[in-house]
Design a protein around this ligand. Sequence first.
Ligand SMILES: Nc1ncnc2c1ncn2[C@@H]1O[C@H](COP(=O)(O)OP(=O)(O)OP(=O)(O)O)[C@@H](O)[C@H]1O
Ligand SMILES: CC(C)(CO)[C@@H](O)C(=O)NCCC(=O)O
Length: 465
Amino acid sequence: MTEQTGVITIHHMRLHRCEGCLAACRPERGARSLVSQLKKARRSPYTAPPLNKETIKMADLKPTPPDNNAPPMPWFGMDIGGTLTKLVYFEPRETNRRELDKETEILKNIRRYLTRNSAYGKTGRRDVHLQMDNVTIRGRRGTLHFIRFPTSEVGAFLQLARSKGMATLVNTIYATGGGAYKFEVDFIKEVNMNLSKLDELDALIAGVLFVDSMNPQECYYWAPPDSITSQDTPPYLEASLSQYARKPFDFSNPYPFLLVNIGSGVSMLVVNAPNDYYRVSGTSLGGGTFLGLCCLLAGCSSFEEAIALAAAGDNTTVDKLVRDIYGGDYERFGLRGDLVASSFGHMCSAERRAKVSREDLARATLVTITNNIGSIARLCASNERLERVVFCGNFLRVNPLSMKLLSYAMSYWSRGALKALFLEHEGYFGAVGCLLHYDSKNHKREKTKSDGAPATPPEPGAADR
Ligand SMILES: Nc1ncnc2c1ncn2[C@@H]1O[C@H](COP(=O)(O)OP(=O)(O)OP(=O)(O)O)[C@@H](O)[C@H]1O
Ligand SMILES: CC(C)(CO)[C@@H](O)C(=O)NCCC(=O)O
C-alpha cells in the first residue's frame, strides 16, 4: 500500500448507486498522483495491492507518521449554492500518533454523528450511495462522505455545528459557491469559523477532473434504442425513453469539452485543459426555475415530488406541438410533428386549463427547462466546435428523464455530431474541489496568501467571455 505525503491518491474505492436502482458495488481501484491525473486526466487500468485481513489489521494497529504541517481534522469541503449546500467530509481510516494522544471526544463524536446517520435534522441528507472508500488525501487514507442540505437551513447547520462543538476544532473551512461570500460573516459570528473561499467554477472543474480520474464509471451516457435513431418513434413517449440504456463512457481524453452545470441557474464552460477554461454562457432558466414553477403550477413541496409528478405526466396536453399547428410535420425545415412548437402553448385555452393535471404541468415544466438548456448547450458547443457536452449539477439528481431528453436533443439537433455525457457525483464537484485544497501544495499556497503575499491569481479561464 503506497502512501505519499502531499499527494492525493485513491487506493481503491467502492461506489454504489441507486438512481433507478442501478445498484452496483465497485471493485478496488488505484492510486495515482493528483497532478498527473489532472494533467492527463487519464484512467490507466489499476490493480489494487492485495489486501488480506492481516495487512488490514497491521495497518490499523500501526498509526501513520504524523504530518506536522497538516491541518487538524476534521476535513471538510463545502459548496454553499443558491439552493443546496453540499458538504464533503473526509473520514480518516487511521489515527496518527499525534492524534491518538490528542484526539478529543468532540472529534470522535463528530465522526460518529456524520458517519452513523444518513439524515441530519429535518433536511440534511447523506448520499450513502455516492460514498468513496479508501481515498487518500495528503497521505491520509479514508472515506469521502457526501452530505447535502437546503441552503435556507444554513442557520440550523451553524447551530448544529455549534452544538457538536465543531467550532472548538475547526477554525477554517474551504468553501465555495455564492453562499461562501453571503454567509461568511454568519460563520464567524455563530461558530467562529473562517471560510477560505475558492471560486466555484475553479472548484467545480478540479472536482470533476479528480473524481472522474478516480472512477472509471463516473462518466456515462444514455444510449438510445435503435428504433429512435431510425426516426420513426416519437422520442418523448415513455415507450422510447424507457428504452435508453445507461453506459459507461471512457473520458480519458476529455479535452476540449463543454461543461454544463445545472444548479439553481446554469453555467456553461469551455474546458480546454485543467487550468484553461472560460465561462462561455449561462441561463437563469435552470433547476431553480423548474422547482419554483412546479411549486407554483403543481403545488409541489419538494424536488423529489416534482420529479415524480413529471415522470407520470404528459406534456402534450400543455405544450403546442408542430402537428397541432401544421396537422403533421413541417417538412421543409425538418420539424417533426411531435416536436414542441410552443412550450405551454395550449395553456391559453381555458378549456384545456380546466382539464390539465398536476402531472402534465410538472412534465411540461421539466421538458421546457431541459430543452432550453439543451438548445443553448448545443449552440455553444457548435460555436466552439466541441463534440462532447458534459452535464452536471443537482437538477439531474434522480432525474433520468432530463438526461434522456438532453441526450436525444443533443444528438437529434446536431445530426449525431454532439454527445451528451453525465457524471455520477452530479452536484458534489465544487465541494470535492474544495476538499482537494488539503493537498499540501494547495495548502501551502493558501498559507502564503494569509501570510500577506498576493493571493493566487485566478486561473486564466476564470473570466466570463
Ligand atoms: N433535495 C433537493 N432540494 C432542492 N432542490 C433539489 C434537490 N435535489 C435536486 N435539486 C435540484 O437541484 C438544483 C440545485 O442544484 P445544485 O445544488 O447543483 O445548485 P446550487 O449550487 O444550489 O445552485 P447555484 O450553483 O446556481 O448556486 C435545484 O434547483 C433543484 O432543481
Ligand atoms: C450565478 C451562478 C453562477 C451561481 O452558481 C449560477 O446560478 C448561474 O450561472 N446562473 C445563470 C446566470 C446567467 O448566466 O444568466
